[in-house]
Design a binder for this molecule. Structure first.
Ligand SMILES: Nc1nc2c(c(=O)[nH]1)N(C=O)[C@@H](CNc1ccc(C(=O)N[C@@H](CCC(=O)O)C(=O)O)cc1)CN2
Ligand SMILES: Nc1ncnc2c1ncn2[C@@H]1O[C@H](COP(=O)(O)OP(=O)(O)OP(=O)(O)O)[C@@H](O)[C@H]1O
Length: 247
């Protein structure tokens, strides 16, 4: 199965991956569902450890890769946003953490073309992320997970508990590992899964996984609550999830 065309709402889960790799655990009923979850959780944990090592050890020019990723993203943007609101497009970026590919060159270039920028804010564990407006120069302070995020007070008209939250059209998702189906692995706190699930209930959005190309795996372990990617953009290419690898 391929990803849904971009004019229809994005798929809520990764097509054909309800119980990947563990379908032979043919135990009927709720016990099976729990076993499948458990196997997926253990598999993810192991893959996360090795994926972190792989990303930290990548032997490449990280600044050049960040620029190349920005080029690929901006070239693909008309396709990524085909069918979304053409005016006042809001893109949720992320502020780089650790060894992640740096989205800041992309953020500056995208905003210079008139895109509205946003950054995620962690409110608390177990809660979806919210997004606040980002422009070059926006003051950032550590959110509840210690990641720099726009402060509520810094925003004009940001009254209310969410401090001026905005709903993005395109969400950049930082990855530890991904596959071409659009399955992804993050830090394991479930922030992006919860956030994409909540956004997709509200409107058509596009989730774009951002990573170094070498973070790709044949198959990332995933389970029923995992929210898939619509696109993947790396320093080497931009692809719609669900497309076969041309190699
Ligand atoms: N750049 C970026 N921003 C993001 C995320 C992300 O993955 N990348 N998130 C995606 O969910 C949310 C933050 N999630 C987080 C999940 C785990 C840890 C964490 O375990 N931190 C460790 C140090 C990890 C490290 O340095 O590699 C710690 O605080 O001890 C932090 C943030 C929102 N913002
Ligand atoms: N939509 C959701 N509602 C409630 N809990 C969820 C949801 N999505 C994920 N979770 C929980 O979050 C935890 C982490 O999920 P998972 O292992 O998929 O992390 P991840 O995809 O690597 O993390 P992230 O989404 O932060 O990048 C799991 O224990 C899962 O039960």
């Amino acid at each position: 199965m391929t990803a849904a065309p971009s004019r229809t709402p994005a798929p809520a889960a990764i097509p054909g991956t309800a119980s990947p790799g563990v379908a032979s655990l043919d135990v009927p009923g709720a016990a099976n569902a729990a076993a499948v979850e458990e196997v997926a959780r253990a598999a993810k944990k192991a893959v996360r450890v090795s994926a972190r090592r792989v990303r930290a050890a990548l032997d490449l020019d990280r600044a050049a890769a960040a620029k190349a990723m920005a080029d690929n993203f901006l070239t693909a943007l008309p396709k990524i946003t085909d069918g979304l609101a053409p005016v006042g497009l809001t893109i949720a970026f992320y502020w780089p953490m650790g060894d992640e590919i740096d989205p800041r060159p992309l953020m500056h270039r995208a905003v210079a073309t008139g895109v509205k920028g946003a950054l995620p804010v962690c409110q608390a564990k177990g809660q979806p992320l919210l997004f606040r407006r980002w422009r070059p120069g926006t003051l950032l302070a550590p959110d509840s997970m210690g990641v720099p995020a726009p402060m509520a007070e810094a925003l004009p008209g940001a009254e209310g508990p969410d401090g001026g939250a905005i709903v993005p059209d395109v969400v950049l998702v930082p990855l530890l590992a991904f596959d071409r189906r659009g399955a992804r692995l993050g830090y394991g706190a479930g922030f992006y899964d919860r956030t994409l699930a909540a956004l997709r209930r509200q409107r058509a959005i596009q989730a774009v996984g951002i990573a170094f190309a070498d973070q790709e795996l044949d198959k990332v372990p995933c389970d029923a609550h995992d929210q898939g990617l619509d696109w993947i953009v790396t320093e080497r290419y931009a692809v719609r999830a669900g497309q076969r690898r041309k190699r």
